[in-house]
Design a protein. Structure first.
Length: 97
């Protein structure tokens, strides 16, 4: 039997698929988004940009920005009952309402 892959994008065929109208290059302005400390953000992974991509288990989760680390932002969110820290680039974040 073949050994199962253990890569970072395994089992993500539907999760990391762009909608037909959103395919192609994303606007450069997504890279320059800024978030303030204490702001609520949602993790919305952009599959076209691999750098600074969080793990797929955090797709759709909402958390609070607690700081900045280089160009990336530090986001604290709950994964079940545990509080987790995710470091991700702004292309994968969106302001939450």
């Amino acid at each position: 039997m073949v050994k199962a892959s253990k890569g970072t994008r395994r089992r993500t065929r539907n999760t990391l698929k762009k909608a037909p109208r959103l395919r192609g290059m994303t606007p450069i302005t997504h890279e320059f988004r800024t978030f303030d400390v204490g702001e609520r953000v949602s993790v919305v992974i952009n599959p076209g940009i691999h750098y600074g991509m969080p793990n797929t288990r955090f797709q759709g989760k909402t958390g609070i920005v607690t700081g900045q680390q280089g160009r990336a932002f530090v986001v604290e969110l709950h994964d079940g009952n545990k509080l987790k820290t995710v470091v991700t680039r702004p292309e994968h974040l969106k302001k939450a309402q």
